[in-house]
Design a protein around this ligand. Sequence first.
Ligand SMILES: *[C@@H]1O[C@H](CO)[C@@H](O)[C@H](O)[C@H]1NC(C)=O
Ligand SMILES: *[C@@H]1O[C@H](CO)[C@@H](O)[C@H](O)[C@H]1NC(C)=O
Ligand SMILES: *[C@@H]1O[C@H](CO)[C@@H](O)[C@H](O)[C@H]1NC(C)=O
Ligand SMILES: *[C@@H]1O[C@H](CO)[C@@H](O)[C@H](O)[C@H]1NC(C)=O
Ligand SMILES: *[C@@H]1O[C@H](CO)[C@@H](O)[C@H](O)[C@H]1NC(C)=O
Ligand SMILES: *[C@@H]1O[C@H](CO)[C@@H](O)[C@H](O)[C@H]1NC(C)=O
Ligand SMILES: *[C@@H]1O[C@H](CO)[C@@H](O)[C@H](O)[C@H]1NC(C)=O
Ligand SMILES: *[C@@H]1O[C@H](CO)[C@@H](O)[C@H](O)[C@H]1NC(C)=O
Ligand SMILES: CC(=O)N[C@H]1CO[C@H](CO)[C@@H](O)[C@@H]1O
Length: 508
Amino acid sequence: MKLHLNILGICAAVTAAGTYKPQYRISPIDGSKIALPTKEQLDFQDKEIGVLIHFEIATYLDIDGCNNVPNLVPNVDLFDPTLINTDAWMDTTTALGAKYATLVAKHNCGFTTWPSNVTFQNRDNETVSYNYTIAHSPVHGQNIVRSFVDSAQKYNIGHGFYYSVVVNNFLNVQNSGVRAGSWAPGQVNITNSTYDQVVLDQLGELWKDYGSLTEIWFDGGYSSSQQEKVETLLESTQPQAVIFNGCDTDGNCLSANSSKRNPIPILRVSSQLTITVRWIGTEEGQAPEENWSTGVTNDGGDPTSPYFCPAECDTTLQTEDRWFFGVDQPLRSIEEMIDVYHRTVGRNCLLELDLTPDRSGLIPASYAARYKQLGDFISSCYDNPIAPHAAHSADDKGVYTIKFDYPTAIDRIVLMEDQTNGQVIRSYQVQAKVVDSQDANGTFSVSFSHVSNGTSIGHKKIDIFEKPISVTEVRVKTTYVDTPKWRSVSVHLCDQLSTNSCTSTEAN
Ligand SMILES: *[C@@H]1O[C@H](CO)[C@@H](O)[C@H](O)[C@H]1NC(C)=O
Ligand SMILES: *[C@@H]1O[C@H](CO)[C@@H](O)[C@H](O)[C@H]1NC(C)=O
Ligand SMILES: *[C@@H]1O[C@H](CO)[C@@H](O)[C@H](O)[C@H]1NC(C)=O
Ligand SMILES: *[C@@H]1O[C@H](CO)[C@@H](O)[C@H](O)[C@H]1NC(C)=O
Ligand SMILES: *[C@@H]1O[C@H](CO)[C@@H](O)[C@H](O)[C@H]1NC(C)=O
Ligand SMILES: *[C@@H]1O[C@H](CO)[C@@H](O)[C@H](O)[C@H]1NC(C)=O
Ligand SMILES: *[C@@H]1O[C@H](CO)[C@@H](O)[C@H](O)[C@H]1NC(C)=O
Ligand SMILES: *[C@@H]1O[C@H](CO)[C@@H](O)[C@H](O)[C@H]1NC(C)=O
Ligand SMILES: CC(=O)N[C@H]1CO[C@H](CO)[C@@H](O)[C@@H]1O
């Protein structure tokens, strides 16, 4: 984590021949381009929440990983998780409501949590084994990557791996290259080409032996000398995986002609590479209010872009952007995490939340409780709409209406477009017939008043009102580049924890 912080993103599709061409159709209304998703993109967006699991030798450091400490190779004896239980990780993942989990299999220290069998030649031309692994730690005999995959499959959670290519302290690598001079005890002296082979061999272990991966993270990319072989390996082993930061440090990307420091999360579909998700641009856990499923930049995207490319918002539960377990590191409050949910999933962004086992290998009880509290809030607030028997209808002019049999208290609306043929709504206004109890006259209000409005809907948009209102009818009017297809519109009334969450909507 953190390596991708200052990086711009780009989103494109590339054919095997290397021509970059977006998939889109032409608006029958104004002739503009409507970017088209792949089924895999829609499936991934549908997952809404994932976890990014940070657990390896850096868990035993006081600092947050080996980032920016190039000569630090923590002693392998530190890694001693006596209570490791990957089923318990999945219990927490499930309690949060997450649908995919990406595990840090190797971070910047160089330690691997699977027993890598890779061997290579050192500078004296001796064949040595990559012995900075769990197999050389006090818990040798275990394979955390294997346990993680088995547990994820058992719990029906999509699984993927984070493997940092650009930094490996054990092999004295920074920026994908072996540093000249300045070796420390514990570091092994190799050549750049040997390093490239080690990366390829270890990615091969991860990509060939652990089933079909949902997401692959390249934090900070990889080098141009690695690109072609990594790409070939990816295509032959994990063509369906979503790739986060698929670019090298020279700006060569697995899938697009992007410039330096452009990470691109991509999805490969058979011989065609299609970028799936882009980075939202911060690790705060918030998307801009206006956030499109389309566009190539690491921000709210662009409704006119021909590239379909939803955003992913990665963030931490611990405060201060801390990704590895921190002793006594405070957690963000449940109120703040509910805000994070509304500012990510509620703004059409995938939420990828850090999951941090402690030094015993368990998720600390207070952490597990906070993830569950968030998951419980989400399901209690959103699983069931209020007034399930209200009459729903959509006309062919982009208006969606819900009529209630009796005045019904609501405090939020959840809008979802069916994006199969692209994201087409450009703006919307929510109006309601609000019953004013002060003026109750035996008859209900007959005119609509403004409740909330916005631009992008996409997979999901949640608008929270300033206070609950009692309504007999709700309607959503839209502007669009093709007649909208709704996936769902629902209204809800939730508890106080969430009522002050949204800043941009206005109640009447
Ligand atoms: C790739 O480069 C070409 C011109 O060199 C440009 O027209 C195209 O927009 C670029 N593609 C992306 C995805 O940036
Ligand atoms: C490494 O090699 C040993 C011996 O050949 C084998 O038992 C083990 O399964 C291998 N481990 C992995 C992770 O491939
Ligand atoms: C290692 O092998 C390479 C290639 O065969 C050779 O050029 C180099 O001199 C050898 N180095 C040592 C220390 O023997
Ligand atoms: C790893 O291998 C090197 C030789 O390449 C050796 O010096 C070192 O002691 C080994 N470390 C462990 C933990 O086995
Ligand atoms: C490895 O390559 C990098 C450039 O990518 C270079 O700066 C570095 O000196 C090289 N290291 C060695 C040991 O040759
Ligand atoms: C690493 O190997 C290179 C090439 O043999 C040598 O010049 C350098 O001194 C070695 N560094 C250390 C710290 O052993
Ligand atoms: C209440 O009913 C009276 C009589 O029908 C009508 O004049 C008045 O406008 C109503 N007030 C409201 C707030 O609807
Ligand atoms: C929402 O409504 C306000 C007030 O009418 C207006 O200023 C704003 O431009 C609207 N925003 C959108 C995105 O339609
Ligand atoms: C409200 C908001 O932040 N909108 C942003 C959405 O993304 C576009 C494209 O990056 C920005 O221009 C908007 O400012």
